[in-house]
Design a binder for this molecule. Structure first.
Ligand code: FES
Ligand code: FES
Length: 144
């Protein structure tokens, strides 16, 4: 199967049933995408598929087809990443790749989201460290 990730086309030989998260991490060594719950509950595994946030732990790699996948590695130059660092919006950092990916999807659609829009868009991304106030600040100030 072919997978388009971060503007590179990869040829993979995944077994049917391989999740997108497993394909990214195990086949492509793109380990920025985290697997925590593995059941679609926490958002740690969020990636973009054609610009929309998707839970890669419950998405089959074969179902992605020709869509463009963007992982945290593909967002290195995005100002959102710097904004998370500037706002100190992380503690252990395990949830951070998924948080940044979801935040990027939000501001691409709504460059100046309200607090309510931020909370709504980020509701699927859990943070056990409770960094939510600073995550909101990072998203509010991403273009500063
Ligand atoms: S690891 Fe995918 S939602 Fe938790
Ligand atoms: S920073 Fe630790 S889980 Fe979010």
């Amino acid at each position: 199967m072919r997978l388009d990730v971060n503007d590179h086309a990869y040829e993979l030989h995944c077994e049917v049933g391989t999740t997108l998260a497993e394909a990214l991490r195990d086949e492509l060594s793109l380990t920025g995408t985290k697997i925590a719950c593995g059941e679609g509950h926490c958002g740690a595994c969020t990636v973009l598929v054609d610009g929309a946030p998707v839970l890669s732990c419950i998405t089959l790699a074969h179902a992605v087809g020709d869509a463009k996948v963007t992982t945290i590695e593909g967002l290195r130059e995005h100002p959102m990443l710097r904004s998370f660092v500037r706002a100190d919006a992380l503690q252990c950092g395990f949830c951070t790749p998924g948080q940044v990916v979801s935040a990027v999807a939000l501001v691409e659609a709504r460059p100046e989201p309200t607090t309510e829009e931020i909370r709504h868009a980020m509701a699927g991304n859990l943070c056990r460290c409770g960094a939510y106030p600073k995550i909101e600040e990072a998203i509010r100030t991403w273009r500063d």
